[in-house]
Each structure stands twice: as C-alpha cells, then as structure tokens.
Design a protein around this ligand. Sequence first.
Ligand code: AHR
Length: 326
Amino acid sequence: MTTISRRTLMLAATAIGALAVAGVAIAEVPKLAQKDTYKVGFAQTESNNPWRIAQTNSMKAEAEKLGYQLVYTDAAGSAAKQVADVNSMIAQGVDVIFLAPREEKPLIPAVMAAKKAGIPVILLDRSVDPSLAKAGEDYLTFIGSNFVEEGKRVAEWLAKNANGKSKIIELEGTTGSSPANDRKKGFDEAIQAAGGFEIVASQTGDFARDKGRQVAEALLQAHPDADIIYAHNDEMAIGAIAALEAAGKVPGKDVLVLSIDGGKEAVQLVVDGKIAAVVECNPRFGPKAFETMQRYAKGEAIEPNLVNEDKFYDASNAAAELANAY
Ligand code: AHR
C-alpha cells in the first residue's frame, strides 16, 4: 500500500490554495475549521409570509442556543440584493454562509464568490441550477423539502378525492425558483398520469397573497367553469379564497382549494372546510442546518441532499394537528 507523507499532503493543500487565489476552478468545497464558536451568515430571500418568518426564527433560535454570531440579511424579494448580501457577508469574514436562494440562476455568482473566498455555502430550502453549480463541489449540500414530491402528493390526494371536479387553475410560485419549478413538475406529471383532469390555466402569483388573489380573480373570470385551484403555497391559496368569495363562489363546495406550506392559518382553513388539503413544507431548519455545519467541521462526509420530512393535512387530521402547525 502506498503511504502519503504529511509533507506531501501539505504541499498539495498549498497548491490547491494557490490555484484558488489564481482563480482556477477547483472541484472542492472550502473546508471549515473546528472552533468553539463561529460567525455565520444567513441570507434570507424575503420575509413576506409566515413560512419565511418561521424559517428565520428557527435559524436565529439555533444560533443563539449555540452562542454563534449570526449575520442575518433579508433580500426583500430581490435576487440582486441577495447577491449583494452574500458579497457583504464575504467581506465581513463569516465562517460559513447559509443561503436560501430566491431563484435558481441569479444566485449562482453568489455561490461561486463564496467558494472563491474559501467560505463553504449550505443551501437552505431552495436550490440553484444543478447544471451551473453542484453539491459537494461548489456548495456543501442542499437542505430542504422534496418539492417534486410535494406537488405529487397534492395530485395524488386530488385523484382520490375530486368527486367529479376536474378543471384546474394552477397558481405558480416565483418564476425561476426551485419550488415553483418542482411543485409544478410533481403535480402536473402526477395529475396527467391520473387522467380525467385538465389544467385550464397556470400562472405565477409570485408566492404572494395579494398577487395570488389578483391572478385567481382574472383566471376565474376567464375560466368560470374551473372547479379546482392548486396553489404552490398557502399565501396564494388564501388570496384565491378571497377571490372565490368575491366572485360569489363557496371554497370547499364550488371549488376545491389545495395548497402547500401548512402554516397555522392554512391548517385552520382546512378545519373550516375552505382548503381541502395542504402538504406541509417544513420550515424548521435551524437544528439540522447547524448540526450539518458542525459535522462538516469535524471532517465528516456530508450527503449532497438532506431532505426534510413534511406532514399532510386534510379534514381527517387538521383539527388534531392545528396546535403543531407553525
Ligand atoms: O421555498 C419555499 C417556499 O418559499 C414556500 O412555500 C413559500 O411560502 C416561500 O416563500
């Protein structure tokens, strides 16, 4: 067996460092030293809904519990600001960056800039374009839900519980974001496989309540026979309920509303019969995010994809689960 001396390893490490400084691409995530405490960046995408607030609270609570310094930024729904936020974290010399990328492509430069600066990035909840950046090479790992599976679970529930309803309006999330792409893919493929349904319109509501209401209002006028609304998140589902009621329709009776996220307000609407079913998207990232960072610092190999568990709510369990919803 060949043995590699400590000196050879040191020389190799120095050579890799020199290549990084010279701007040559290296297929390796920067290392993270083992320390008693860390300065950690969390680049949030926006704070306009209960899901984002629950995610931020979970990250802040865990950082505080561990006694780590958290540099927190909110990009207020702008990918350009989020790139600038990451650059500012790099300038402040954080040890690691947790990034919830607003959209798949525009955040690639931020991931690459952190890598070049020798700072490991952990993607939270949303991913980046896999053809442009890779887990285990450009960033450490992705932690989050399986969005394709979320869309599929909604479709499978619908296939069993539609009771003759069949014409679907789909309210998509932020264009170019991984949850919008994947929730659409998972739902559309499964609903097509089930047969007997038609997606009469599919348009973005940008994951926002008011935009969801406006888009639902316009699409209900264009397709008055639509009897199912599938929203990629709770906020748009709640906006769609307002649009239905304004149009004199009864959500849950005339039109089935389906959603993803599972915040308390939406689960209460399931109890009230206005939302038919919700797939949870678990926003409690703090413990897993910081534990992953610590495992990496210890030298453990990190899986490229760490999947969160999501619950499912419908009339059968919503009342019992309400207290546990975020
Ligand atoms: O990326 C997760 C999605 O982003 C949540 O469904 C949504 O509510 C949030 O803004």
